[in-house]
Design a protein around this ligand. Structure first.
Ligand code: C2E
Ligand code: MG
Ligand code: MG
Ligand code: MG
Length: 281
């Protein structure tokens, strides 16, 4: 009967929903356990000056190393961390590891600036300011060695609040970079209102450089605008020598991408950059 079919349908639906939330609960609890067990590590991707190929900094990118398991990448767990609120704890652990590492390199006599990605949830709470302040103090770290990456979309919801957040963070001595520039709901007004230090041109523009006239023009325009505004400008996702050459010719300050290096462990950064004993700050 129709009634019977409906009941069956309903049962199917409720079972699959139950499975879904069950899976989610398992994932959430494994993420929670991973945070307790401190299973997260940072990899670092070099950022290189176009001018002379020297290191201008590194971006810290979080990875999850489950005990005895395969390394897991952010796309696999950041969304869940955000949805469950666990991103706040993950974010503080990331910041702690980044500051500890920056301090270590600084003590070795080769200070390297470390960029840390923030999530929207972190940026929404004032607790972020205290966390950043305390973490820097914990390591007696020169705050100029820390850069925070925020995205345009994170700053859109409440621009006067965002402006206040950015100013408060800048007052701690850290610098601010706008990540994935050009992909958010870019109202350019925040370039006027917010005291940021750097623009990071999104990979989607870089991907098509020298193959798409519009990408070439937009990228050139972003670089020119950054210069006018006296902002540092960096390109992400640079994979080919043609892209690197184009960016360098247009006066882009720095580049980051597989062309130069994939994200690597702190040990690999040390063996590549610290062994030679040159100053990298
Ligand atoms: P993002 O901040 O825009 O980071 C750039 C991503 O592109 C990284 O992926 C990096 O490994 C990758 N990448 C760099 N150069 C190239 C290249 O030349 N070609 C290609 N195809 N990819 C390149 P990853 O590490 O998987 O991170 C993905 C995203 O996850 C990041 O995008 C960032 O939004 C987020 N994320 C990473 N670490 C953290 C973190 O500690 N906290 C938060 N909240 N988010 C993080
Ligand atoms: Mg980033
Ligand atoms: Mg990015
Ligand atoms: Mg991007």
């Amino acid at each position: 009967s129709a009634k019977g079919r409906n009941r069956q349908k309903y049962q199917f639906y409720s079972t699959s929903m139950g499975k879904k939330s069950e899976l989610r609960l398992i994932q959430e609890s494994s993420l929670r356990t991973a945070l307790q067990k401190k299973e997260f590590v940072l990899h670092y991707q070099p950022q290189v000056k176009c001018e002379d190929g020297s290191l201008s900094g590194v971006e810290a990118l979080v990875r999850w190393q489950p005990e005895g398991g395969k390394l897991r990448y952010p796309n696999d767990f950041i969304t869940l961390a955000e949805e469950t609120g666990l991103i706040i704890e993950l974010g503080s652990q990331v910041l702690d590891m980044a500051c500890a590492q920056a301090k270590k390199w600084s003590d070795l006599g080769n200070p390297i600036r470390v960029s840390v990605n923030l999530s929207a949830k972190q940026f929404q709470t004032e607790e972020l300011i205290t966390t950043v302040k305390k973490t820097i103090e914990r390591y007696h770290l020169d705050p100029s060695l820390i850069e925070l990456e925020v995205t345009e979309s994170m700053t859109m919801e409440n621009s006067s609040r965002s402006s206040w957040m950015i100013t408060s963070l800048r007052e701690l001595g850290v610098s601010i970079s706008i990540d994935d520039f050009g992909t958010g709901y870019s109202s350019l007004s925040y370039l006027k209102d917010f005291s940021i230090n750097q623009i990071k041109i999104d990979k989607s523009f870089i991907d098509e450089l020298t193959h798409n006239v519009k990408s070439d023009q937009i990228t050139s325009a972003i670089i020119a605008m950054s210069k006018q505004l006296k902002l540092h400008v960096i390109a992400e996702g640079v994979e080919t020598i043609e892209q690197a050459q184009f960016l360098s010719d247009k006066g882009c300050d720095s580049i980051q991408g597989y062309f130069f290096s994939k994200p690597v462990t702190s040990e690999q950064i040390e063996s590549t950059y610290l062994a030679v004993g040159q100053s990298l700050a």
